[in-house]
Write a protein that binds this ligand. Structure first.
Ligand code: IMO
Ligand code: MG
Length: 410
């Protein structure tokens, strides 16, 4: 069986933790989009791991992990990450593989990415990891794939820094390289459980996100098919991870963002309690009310079977909680997520109020034991998005989670 986990907001929803949690029942964990721009934090027995390119399933010694065709890979950063894991006692030898169709980020792309963003009239606030350059080289048909590493004629065209980089990592990359589509077919025949790990989020997807303020990969659920070689019919379950509130890093519209002047204190509280500082760039994340207009859109365009609610405990101390249920755009009430970024920038959030539960949720392991007010918040989200909340996370640790409906069960 196959389960896809995507971010249902603007990234940083807690995908790493949920993938790690669901990986227990998978044989294989496959990343399908993005690259070193992602930052997935996992906490096991008090030890914290920050992963950027290596799929989160790596922490289980019996799982193999794959970097899919839809990824763009910075080999230097990737091998540094593997070294970090080894230094922490994680033995990954023989269980990390990379698709032969995945593209490489050449070292000079990082600076090109930063320069290009700095020169933009309206900077995106990229992570500066060379993502957009690698994906645009791919679209230009000038990219370098792992499959090309033994194409002598093409390799001979590189010189200087590029050549040194390719020469340095070539053999190691080739030793991990696989025909991903064939692997997917093999696993399907063996009736294996595959977990597809999304990066970024639905609203950062190149096509369905808030373009141009998006990343450049297919971080939508369909990306799991495109970015690995498994056919779309074979994606059995798709779950979307979202936080009890909203965050965004970098620029671009965020209609439910806390107002700096009137909600500055609330913003700082959520940011500090939720540790809303970037894993990849260290930037303070923008924070806001849960945006149900955007979340419902994410549910619709990604065929989400279930939602995973994380960071619910961040609201433990609040008397009252609010969520955005519509936008007021120039006096019009809008509930269908608009494509126009200028409209989104003018959108005023229309908020619904909920009673706080004023109880620590950290120890809760059962939906039925949640305080009534937390259940009401959850029920409202389910009704609004027409999608069940199937997993709830109440802390950073692997075990601070409970399942209402296991995605691995049909
Ligand atoms: P995870 O997987 C949050 C954002 C960047 C920027 C925009 C484009 O940890 O959820 P890029 O460098 O990708 O060209 O930047 O996308 N962004 C993310 N924000 N979490 C991520 O990944 C992100 N990956 C990219 O901040 O606004
Ligand atoms: Mg992140």
């Amino acid at each position: 069986m196959n389960v896809v986990v995507i971010g249902a907001q603007w990234g940083d929803e807690g995908k790493g933790k949920i993938v790690d949690y669901l990986a227990e029942d998978a044989q294989y964990v496959v990343r399908y989009a993005g690259g070193p721009n992602a930052g997935h934090t996992i906490v096991v027995d008090g030890k914290q791991y920050a992963l950027h390119q290596v799929p989160s399933g790596i922490l289980y010694s019996d799982k193999s992990v794959f970097l899919g065709s839809g990824m763009v890979i910075d080999a230097e950063a990737f091998f540094n990450e593997l070294q970090m894991l080894k230094d922490n006692g994680i033995n990954w030898e023989g269980r990390v593989f990379i698709s032969d169709r995945a593209h490489l980020i050449l070292p000079r792309y990082r600076q090109m990415d930063k320069d290009r963003d700095a020169q933009r009239k309206r900077p995106i606030g990229t992570t500066g990891r060379g993502m957009g350059i690698a994906y645009s080289e791919k679209a230009h048909r000038d990219g370098v794939r792992l499959a090309d590493l033994d194409w002598a004629e093409k390799m001979a065209e590189f010189d200087g820094e590029d050549k040194a980089y390719l020469d340095k990592y070539r053999d190691q990359l080739i030793s991990m390289r696989v025909n991903m589509a064939a692997k997917m077919h093999e696993f399907k025949k063996a009736k294996a459980n595959i977990l597809f790990e999304g990066a970024q989020g639905a609203m950062l997807d190149l096509d369905s996100g808030t373009y141009p303020y998006v990343s450049s990969g297919a971080s939508c659920a369909a990306g799991a098919s495109l970015g690995t070689g498994i056919g779309p019919h074979d994606l059995d379950k798709i779950v979307g991870v979202f936080k009890a509130y909203e965050t965004r890093v970098g620029n671009g519209p965020m209609p439910s963002e806390f107002n700096n002047e009137s909600e500055g204190e609330l913003c700082q509280y959520v940011r500090d309690t939720g540790r809303e500082y970037g894993v990849t760039t260290g930037r303070a994340r923008r924070c806001g009310y849960l945006d149900l207009v955007a979340l419902r859109y994410a549910c619709q365009v990604n065929s989400l079977d279930g939602l995973v609610l994380t960071h619910l405990d961040i609201y433990d101390a609040m008397d009252q909680i609010e969520a955005c249920v519509a936008y007021n755009i120039d006096g019009k009430i809008v509930t269908d997520f608009p494509a126009n970024v200028e409209e989104l920038n003018r959108a005023e959030p229309i908020l619904e109020k909920f009673q706080g539960w004023k109880t620590p949720l950290k120890e809760c392991r059962d939906f039925n034991k949640l305080p009534k007010q937390a259940k009401e918040y959850i029920k409202y989200i389910e009704d609004y998005t027409e999608t069940p909340i199937t997993i709830v996370s109440v802390g950073y640790e692997r075990n601070e989670t409970f399942i209402r409906q296991n995605p691995w069960k049909k």
